[in-house]
Write a protein that binds this ligand. Structure first.
Ligand code: IPE
Ligand code: IPE
Ligand code: MG
Length: 239
């Protein structure tokens, strides 16, 4: 990989990707939209290798949103089976790479039990790994996550003064997940689409035209290089 543009001592700790453009990638080739989802698997694994090479510690990918249930039932069913099969086929490889797999999202009745079981076995199998935490956002919505956090707080008996930013953060789906430093969205769309709303508060946003199935580690390195050219101020003054 061409890493020359990246300063390996200033790599973002947490990179989040909106893996978008699978359908358009397929349509441009006269293929079915679902073929685009299948082609996204290679992009995901190349991005994982890139994250490992760059020393990124947290990589979070948006695989299925709470709004994606609006898609045709066949596409939704395909995505459920595809994600189950991907975990079944490739969790050993992730484990060998030292990747710790986690999930964020709602585990409601619409997510097939077999997929939930596969998620749990992937979490358990890779729990001891520490090279990279790969979090898959599945049936995930940023608003739902904040609502679920506040609900849990209230269920624990929290009163108005207990509802603080720190308390909400501690009750998010994965309290250990650090805030996002860099968010990359593929396919030329300039929006967040309900991804990690809380965690993105001060992240740098990079939008690329590449469709997700064409995304490779070099694109990740380029996004990190772009991140390193930005000045983060967090509301203060730089320098
Ligand atoms: C992203 O690709 C994958 C999911 C949302 C599951 P899309 O399926 O949204 O592809 P486009 O945006 O229609 O091209
Ligand atoms: C966001 O992409 C969700 C995932 C990549 C899983 P969408 O394709 O669903 O987003 P919109 O509909 O273009 O905003
Ligand atoms: Mg899309």
């Amino acid at each position: 990989m061409e890493l020359s543009a990246v300063d390996l001592s200033q790599v973002p700790g947490h990179v989040a990707c909106v893996m978008d453009g699978n359908g358009r990638w397929a349509e441009r080739r006269g293929l079915k939209r679902t073929d685009g989802h299948a082609a996204g698997e290679e992009a995901l694994f190349d991005a994982v290798h890139g994250a490992l090479e760059l020393g990124i510690e947290w990589l979070t990918v948006y695989a299925f949103s709470t709004e994606n249930w609006r898609r045709p039932v066949d596409e939704v069913r395909y995505l459920m089976r595809f994600n189950e099969s991907l975990l079944l086929r490739r969790v050993d490889e992730l484990d060998d790479l030292g990747v710790r797999v986690r999930f964020v999202g709602r585990r409601d009745w619409r997510v097939p039990k077999r997929l939930i079981d596969r998620m749990d076995s992937s979490i358990d199998k890779t729990a001891g790994n520490s090279e990279l935490t790969l979090t898959i956002a599945f049936n995930y919505g940023g608003r739902a996550e904040i609502v679920d956090s506040v609900r849990r707080l209230v269920a624990e008996g929290a009163g108005p003064d207990d509802i603080t930013e720190a308390a909400i953060s501690r009750h998010l789906y994965d309290p250990e997940m650090p805030e996002v430093d860099l968010m990359v969205r593929t396919s030329g769309e300039f929006r967040i689409s309900n991804f990690l709303l809380w965690e993105l508060a001060y992240s740098e946003l990079v939008f690329v035209d590449t469709l997700w199935p064409d995304f490779r580690r070099q694109h990740l390195a380029d996004a990190v290089a772009e991140f390193q050219r930005r000045t983060r101020r967090f509301g203060g003054l730089s320098g």
